[in-house]
Design a protein around this ligand. Structure first.
Ligand code: 48F
Length: 267
């Protein structure tokens, strides 16, 4: 077969455009492709929801590739192992209640499962702003869309306007930076659903408390926006946990299940 560069170029432009056009109206937009975002994407897509995940970097997986201090093994506790089992990610018992998994197998399998379930990943895109609207029948304004741009534009600090997507629900899974909640705090002019009305901020490292509170803090932090993973603890003012990933997985699952319930209640 003779290869035509023109066809190759046309195929990429056309297919990407089709994919992008098909994801301008979402059930759920996920910002951040670390473990919590990927798990949420998988469970939402597996439930038949239209999901897009926006990731600033070239690679998805966030902080999971590097395990602890670049030793690419991760630790999960018993409660979260069932998620790995369900996804077919192998883990090995270490001591009672602790399991280890290969970080690369964990990230690649999670990413594959999320994509194959139907979630679309838009990597190399950064979410730089939100759309907030007062919608009919609701008392408070809510986030109804995201403002996205190429990460390359952001990095080069080019003066190029972004584009938008509309979404019923959003998950801030941006990790320690909690970027989306910071943007909403700055731009909404309204209080966040935290004690102070603002992003409270992350505390120092305490694995046991942090793992528990990650799950408790996985909830709506502004109308239409859930926080998951490390962003949940940073938003509601709890500890970081270091390289144990069970809380991240359980948090992504909880965010997905909470939103599925809300979407079901709307239909
Ligand atoms: O940091 P990250 O892995 O978030 P997570 O799911 O997991 C945290 C753990 O990796 C670890 C930990 C617990 O074991 O403390 O740190 O909470 O992934 C967050 C992803 O979000 C992307 C960022 O590049 C990273 O891959 N991200 C952050 N801000 C934006 C973004 C943005 N504005 N637009 C798009 N992507």
């Amino acid at each position: 077969m003779k290869l035509d560069e023109n066809v190759i170029t046309k195929a990429i432009i056309q297919r990407f455009t089709e994919k992008w056009l098909d994801h301008l109206r979402l059930d759920v937009a996920i910002v951040g492709g670390g473990p919590s975002g990927l798990v949420a994407a998988y469970y939402l897509a597996a439930n038949g929801r239209k999901v897009a995940l926006f990731e600033r970097k070239l690679s998805i997986g966030g902080g999971m590739w590097g395990g602890g201090m670049m030793l690419n093994e991760i630790v999960v506790q018993g409660e979260a192992k069932t998620i790995f089992d369900g996804l077919g990610i192998s883990s090995q018992p270490f001591q009672a209640g602790y399991y280890t998994a290969d970080a690369v197998e964990a990230v690649t399998t999670l990413a594959s499962k999320a994509c194959r379930a139907g979630a679309k990943v838009f990597n190399l895109m950064s979410v730089e702003d939100v759309i907030i609207r007062q919608t009919e029948g609701r008392e408070s304004a809510r986030v109804t869309g995201l403002v996205v741009n190429w990460t390359a534009v952001e990095m080069a600090q080019l003066h190029v306007d972004p584009l938008t997507v509309n979404t019923q629900y959003t998950i801030d899974a941006t990790g320690h930076a909690t970027e989306l909640m910071h943007i909403i705090e700055k731009k909404s002019g309204s209080r966040l659903l935290t004690e102070t009305g603002k992003v409270i901020g992350e505390k120092s490292l305490w694995a046991e408390v942090a793992e528990r509170s990650t799950l408790e803090n996985t909830r709506e932090a502004f109308p239409g926006v859930y926080v998951a993973g490390m962003a949940a603890n940073a938003t509601f003012g709890s500890y970081r946990m270091g390289p144990i990933f069970g809380g991240m997985l359980l948090s992504g699952k909880k965010a997905a299940e909470s939103i599925i319930q809300r979407l079901e209640a709307r239909t």
